[in-house]
Design a protein around this ligand. Structure first.
Ligand code: CA
Length: 224
C-alpha cells in the first residue's frame, strides 16, 4: 500500500489528514517541520508527500527546492491556505503534481491523493488472481475459494505484498517496512500474530513459511 509523508504545522489538521489516510489503508509519516520531513525522505521512500506551504523554519517552497537539490523525487501535493492562482501555478511549475486549497473537505483530499498516486503508477494492477485467491485492490476485497474473506487493514496489506511478490520470499523486514510505520520494533512478534490470523482466514492453504527467511505465496499470478 502506498506510503505518504505529511508536512503540516497545524496539529489538528495534521492529525485529521493522517487519520483519514490511515483509515483508507495508507501508511503515513507525519511531520510538523520541513527539516524533519527532509530527514525522513532522505532515508525512506514515499509515494507521495503532502506539503503545507506556510511552515515555521523552512517554508514549503524551500522544502520543494531542497527535495530537488537532494534528489528526493517523491511526488508532492501542496495543500495551502494561499489561494491565489499565481501560487498554484508557481507550485505546479516547481514540480508539485497537484495543489489543494485550504480549507478542504477530507473526502476531496483523499480523492486527490488517489489521483496523484494513479499518475505515479499508471500500470499498477487493479486485480490479482493466484489459484483460488482473488484480490480486488480498488474495492479491497478478497475472495478465496469462491467466498469473500474479511481481512483487517494490516492483513490486507500483508496479503497484497505477498501476492505482488508471488513466488518470491518476502522477509519479515520487508513486511515491517511496507506495512508498519517507519520505526518498527523488529523484536516484537506482531507480524507473526497477524500472519497466523491471515493464514487461518485462508484455511492455512495459501501462505508458506520459509523458516528464518520469510513468507511466500506460490502459484501463477494473473494481474489485470
Ligand atoms: Ca501552515
Amino acid at each position: 500500500m502506498a506510503r505518504i509523508l505529511i508536512v503540516e504545522d497545524e496539529p489538528k489538521l495534521r492529525q485529521h489528514v493522517a487519520q483519514a489516510l490511515v483509515a483508507e489503508g495508507f501508511v503515513v509519516s507525519v511531520h510538523e517541520s520541513g527539516a524533519s520531513a527532509l530527514e525522513t525522505l532522505a532515508e525512506h521512500s514515499f509515494d507521495l508527500v503532502l506539503l503545507d506551504l506556510m511552515l515555521p523554519g523552512q517554508n514549503g517552497w524551500q522544502v520543494l527546492d531542497n527535495m530537488k537539490t537532494f534528489g528526493l523525487d517523491s511526488s508532492v501535493l501542496v495543500m495551502s491556505a494561499i489561494s491565489d492562482t499565481a501560487h498554484v501555478i508557481e507550485a505546479l511549475n516547481r514540480g508539485a503534481v497537484d495543489y489543494l486549497r485550504k480549507p478542504f473537505e477530507i473526502g476531496e483530499l483523499v480523492a486527490r491523493v488517489r489521483a496523484a498516486l494513479r499518475k505515479n503508477s499508471p500500470q499498477q494492477a487493479l486485480h490479482y488472481l493466484v489459484g483460488d485467491l482473488e484480490i480486488d485492490l480498488m474495492q479491497r476485497k478478497v475472495v478465496f475459494q469462491g467466498t469473500e474473506v474479511i481481512l483487517t487493514k494490516r492483513e490486507f496489506m500483508i496479503l497484497e505484498l505477498l501476492v505482488a511478490n508471488c513466488n518470491r520470499i518476502v522477509s519479515k523486514a520487508l513486511i515491517a517496512e511496507k506495512v508498519w510505520e517507519v520505526n518498527f520494533d523488529m523484536g516484537s512478534n506482531v507480524i507473526e500474530v497477524h500472519m497466523s490470523q491471515l493464514r487461518k482466514k485462508l484455511n492455512n492453504q495459501v501462505i508458506t513459511t520459509r523458516v528464518g527467511m520469510g513468507y511466500c505465496i506460490e502459484g501463477k499470478l494473473v494481474t489485470r
